[in-house]
Design a protein around this ligand. Sequence first.
Ligand code: ADP
Length: 604
Amino acid sequence: MEKNKTLSQVNQIKQIVLRYLITFTVIAIAMGLRIWPLGSLELRIPWVTFYPAVMAAALHGGFISGILGTILSATVVVLWSPTDLPFIDDPGDWLGLVVFIVNGTLISLMSGAMHRAKRRATKARDEAEAANQANSIFLANMSHELRTPLNAILGFTNLLRKTQNMDEGQTKKLNIIAKSGENLLNLINNILDISKIEAGHMVIENSDVHILQLLHEIESLISIKVYEKKINFNMVLADNIPEKIVTDAGKLRQIITNLIANAVKYTEKGSISLHAKIIKTKNFQGKRIQFSVKDTGIGIKKEYQTAIFSPFEQFGTHPEATTGTGLGLAISKQYVELLGGRIWVTSTPGLGSEFLFNIPLIFSDTLNKDNSILNNNDITGLGQGQKQYRILIAEDDRDNRILLREILKPFNFSIHEAVNGKEAVQQFEEWDPDLIWMDIRMPVMNGLDASRYIKKTAKGKNTKIVALTAHALEAERLEILEAGCDEFIRKPYRDTEIYETLKKHLNIQFQYSTKKETKPEIINPRRDQLIKVSPKIIEQLHKAVVSLDQKLCHTTIDMISKENNDLGSKLRQMVDNLKYRELLTLLDNLIEEKRDEKLDSSGL
Ligand code: ADP
């Protein structure tokens, strides 16, 4: 601290000395010029060289330099007056001198003001940068504090949801906890995202993206909401959309989901459609993939169509508007721009809106390798002949330690725990684990220091370290990887992420439940099969699907299976794979058809 202070004082002195030197030099040059070659030109206009000299001194060094230059020049003119051509000869020359001194002072004042403004701007920029830094640190801390308990809440809720012996009421309550937790996580993520973007910390994580799969995932995610509002949803995808493109899947998913969620929110009747096509534009080189989300909702007035893309801007009196944060479109816009595109809206109040965006089309050059996410429900344990791995859980939060143990339960690992970095290092030295789940923020010794220590040792090079952190900032990710960690998982994590990591780093083979070992293709039941089912049972299944009541779905399907086993298993597959929307469309069509038949037969 003291050393820094001395350094900055030395710098200041250097600057002042330099300023004086430059002032003296420019005045000396001005003096030189008046002897040669401007001497004859000057005659009785002594200020031809001194005005520019004062100006140069003032521009470079500010007020003091300008005044110093003015005084020096005036002194030279008064004291150094050649006898054959005296500068100060009559009262007019004295007036010239006074005007020069006044003008020199004005030039110095103006230049001083400019210097001050520049200094203030630099200071403000430095302060803003420091505040930004402080903001980022605050965010990192806040995200850690909020995500750590949320990790436990969501993780345990999901584990509980897998237990079989729960009644209907308990399942419903658990679903509400899970949904509220997810909403809270979404909100935290949104606030963090917008702050990260504003602080310039958001980065692109490109990978091969199976575009059709991604769009279908989004479709099934929003299908229930669409159904609840009784609006139609359809996807119109151009034939030439490639199977895979290179982009940031997470961000693309979020943009499209935000747009569709808004469309659902602000549409009461009619339809919503998602379009994707390949285009070429004048403004960008190469082909682009353009997405658009069209709705027949309330629309947006012309004067709001730009402002809605700014953070926290919400318009209109639609009751649903209060459920949002006004961040969705701001984040979407920033993401689209990060992905190299632009987003805009066309809308007519009362008729609907269309949000459009396009991003560069980069073809993936990898072959169709299987990089599908594991389905956690399929994994029942380790494959045969696998060794009993030693796994260390280094985590100060007890709930999160228990959660991780629960997730790892099916594998029969030998598991030890450490509650801080120091204990983790001790366990590593004494017990030599194969993999360490390392929480980054821990008391006594943090996860980064522990990882650095372990990775510096010879045997530590073979120990896999997976950092578990609730931190959200990119800089920390780099820090974690620089500390030697092999992987980085953000809290709240899904059990599939834990399984994927085990597979990747320990080369573990899993055992899958024979029921789901090979994922069967879901085949929709045929109309001629469905039409034979009694209307009462169809109504009951319809009711079960609308209320997302899995239990009722299964009991109704069991009744159908007794009559037609093939139809029953097809329906069961749809329910197990959450194909509720498709199932509802089928049932709706069927009910409508039966109603029409009834009307026909009654002669109406
Ligand atoms: P919010 O979380 O409030 O929905 P957004 O940033 O997603 O925040 O949207 C900002 C505002 O833009 C909304 O409050 C709404 O007024 C308007 N808006 C967004 N999408 C639509 C749409 N599809 N139809 C009508 N208005 C919309």
